[in-house]
Design a protein around this ligand. Structure first.
Ligand code: PLP
Ligand code: COI
Length: 342
């Protein structure tokens, strides 16, 4: 066990590193076992597992935060638990009880406490719960057994650090999800479908791409790994409503913050791609992304710049400061949002 960690917290990116212990639980003969913490970060599973061939799997992402007084807290883990249940039922995986999910996350954070970055570094401990179909299986059918795991690693920024704006391009060539497909649940296939579009965007110098609605290609859906929001010229917080985007827990938290803390009007509605000039600020939001201000969006060869390509807009900054303050324990959180680890 390596409890003496030697990490330069300020240099962390969003990357995997092996921590001490991870949680594993197996579903067999109709029920989940109690689960346990293990040292080995390799899984030994059948070559015929449905997760490997038919994408029968789903996952989550949430973070543990170190507060000023040295305690550790999770942000809205019950929401991740509920979303994982929805993802499970969409791909015929037996549901993980909500309390089992939260308990597994708590166990993993406690067992890896030395890897929770210190307060003030901006870094966090990222938790990756996942469920995969395992066991011998050949035809396209649900797996005979399942594995639920949670591992963690300390991480820094997903896009650029802090509040540096990033540019995105519209993906007009590829969709990440189908109209009645799996875009609204967190299954690996959505991400496999996004890899090529992401690579093209990065090759062209963009942080990632923004997808349009798969049926008409006229409305903004979301970024590959984050939801989209905008602030209109008359100060309305707007975010897309669509059956094929992932319901982001960060996005719903920002909706609450915009309404209750910033006293802004909020609209969840269609966001036509030809109405970018309605917005003075836009951003991408998610657990990994936190809030990344969008400097500009390229569509059909033309870059539309919002507030600035180098500076965060004032409303995005207020949203970020409030969210960040709640997550790190400096701003009072709405009831139920924070779960203390220790
Ligand atoms: N959209 C996609 C496709 C994502 O992968 C994520 C990340 O989880 C999000 C949005 C943001 O969701 P959340 O705020 O719950 O992390
Ligand atoms: C997250 O924000 O937690 C995600 O899962 C996004 C990405 C790393 C897949």
């Amino acid at each position: 066990m390596s409890t003496n960690v030697n990490i330069d917290w300020s240099k962390l990116g969003f990357a995997y590193s092996k921590t001490d212990l991870r949680y594993i639980s197996i579903w067999k003969n109709g029920k989940w076992d109690d689960g346990e913490l293990v040292e080995d970060n390799k899984l030994n599973i059948s070559e015929a597992s449905t997760a490997l061939h038919y994408g029968q799997q789903c996952f989550e992402g949430l973070k543990a935060y170190r507060t000023k007084d040295g305690s550790i807290q999770l942000f809205r883990p019950y929401e991740n638990a509920k979303r994982l249940m929805r993802s499970c039922s969409r791909v015929l995986i037996p549901e993980i009880p909500i309390d089992k999910f939260v308990d597994a996350c708590l166990q993993v954070v406690k067992a890896n406490e030395a890897f929770v970055p210190p307060y003030g570094t901006g870094a966090t401990l990222y938790l990756r719960p996942y469920v995969i179909g395992i066991g011998d299986n050949l035809g396209v059918s649900t797996a005979p057994e399942f594995l639920f795991g949670v591992f963690c690693c300390p991480v820094g920024a997903y896009f650029k650090s802090g509040l540096a704006p990033v540019n995105f391009m519209i993906s007009d060539e590829y969709d990440r999800a189908a109209p009645y497909g799996t875009g609204d649940v967190k299954v690996g296939g959505n991400y496999a479908a996004s890899l090529l579009a992401h690579e093209h965007a990065v090759e062209k110098g963009f942080a990632d791409c923004i997808y349009l609605d798969p049926a008409t290609h006229t409305k903004i859906e979301e970024v590959g790994a984050a939801n989209f929001f905008g602030i209109t010229n008359d100060n309305v917080f707007v975010t897309p409503k669509s059956p094929s985007i992932l319901p982001s827990i960060t996005k719903y938290s920002l909706i609450h913050i915009a309404k209750e803390y910033l006293k802004l009007e909020v609209q969840e509605r269609d966001v036509p791609i030809n109405k970018l000039s309605d917005f003075k600020e836009t951003g991408a939001c998610g657990t990994a992304a936190v809030i990344s201000p969008i400097g500009g969006i390229e569509y059909k060869g033309k870059l539309h710049v919002f507030h600035s390509e180098t500076e965060v807009g004032p409303i995005t900054k207020k949203l970020y400061d409030t969210l960040y303050g709640i997550q790190f324990g400096d701003v009072a959180a709405p009831a139920g949002w924070i779960v203390k680890v220790k």
